[in-house]
Design a protein around this ligand. Structure first.
Ligand code: SG7
Ligand code: ZN
Length: 277
């Protein structure tokens, strides 16, 4: 059930809890990142990323957006092949987390699109690099159900110059118009080029932002935004949320993917930390 595409109805996220009760849980994401709620992390714990350029990635339309899946040996191996994988540790993480996939959230207009907001303000988009705890668990699927199973890096995007590394993805949007379509990406993708230079971040314990909304994510959201061009956003807005040959299930009858972000949920009793490097 974990990888089922989320339902898309007019009320969207407000109805998820009917089928996915976790959506009403105490540890949901995204949240509004408020400067006044944040506690400084002292001493600062720097993030450590050992990222390698990734070959053999595959791009797909999930019906909820696009996703770039890392390739790699499918057998779970913990300590070898260290130059194959990209891994994250340090910061709030007590283990190593391996990059599984990255994807993005955007809006129909440039004044919305991100999932997290900063003092109530959204950005035009938000990139998510999804990692799983490969020290404790044997697979992404197993980790996704554990409270310390996943770590997602969030990168805010504002409209400006193109994000060059993402050009390798946006150039292929026309090949994955419909849900379920996928295409191999030629050459290498370097995840390092999808992250800001400064690594000041917010961190808190949260969830997946789509059903089943598992409360398994340590969120690390960078403060420094990157830019994405209008053309790159427009390319994403032409994706469809339904399969080829299927009828459009949406109210707008266009079925274009122009709003795939979940609005912020209450922080509640959770601690929001900020780390300046
Ligand atoms: C997107 O966001 C997809 C999902 C992802 C979900 O809908 O990238 O991935 C797949 C396999 O379709 O769900 C389990 C998972 O990674 C939620 O991820 S997020 O919380 O980082 N936004
Ligand atoms: Zn996401």
């Amino acid at each position: 059930a974990l990888l089922t595409a989320p339902p898309r109805s007019a009320a969207g996220p407000l109805t998820w809890h009917r089928k996915f009760p976790l959506a009403l849980g105490p540890r949901q994401s995204p949240v509004d990142l408020r400067g006044s709620d944040a506690r400084p992390d002292t001493p600062a714990r720097p993030l450590h990323r050992r990222y390698n350029p990734q070959a053999g990635c595959s791009l797909s339309n999930t019906g909820y957006g696009w996703k770039v899946q890392m390739s790699g040996p499918t057998a779970p191996r913990k300590d070898d092949l260290m130059f194959w994988f990209s891994e994250l540790s340090g910061g709030p993480l007590s283990n190593r987390y391996r990059l599984e996939q990255f994807h993005m959230h955007w809006g129909g207009y440039d004044n919305e699109g991100s999932e997290h907001t900063v003092d109530g303000r959204p950005y035009a988009g938000e990139l998510h690099l999804v990692h799983w705890n490969c020290d404790k668990y044997d697979s992404f699927g197993e980790a996704a159900a554990q409270p310390d199973g996943l770590a997602v890096l969030g990168v805010f995007l504002q409209v400006g110059a193109p994000l060059q590394e993402l050009e390798k993805v946006t150039a292929l949007m026309g090949k994955i118009t419909h849900k379920g379509a996928h295409v191999d990406i030629d050459g290498e993708l370097d995840p390092t080029n999808l992250l800001p230079a400064k690594s000041s971040y917010w961190t808190y314990l949260g969830s997946l932002t789509t059903p089943p909304c598992n409360e398994s994510v340590t969120w690390i959201v960078f403060k420094e935004p990157l830019t994405i061009s209008q053309d790159q956003l427009e390319a994403m807005r032409s994706l469809r949320c339904y399969s080829e040959g299927e009828e459009c299930p949406c109210d707008n009858l266009k079925g274009v993917l122009v709003k795939n972000f979940r609005p912020p949920l209450p922080l509640g009793n959770r601690v929001l930390r900020e780390c300046a490097e």
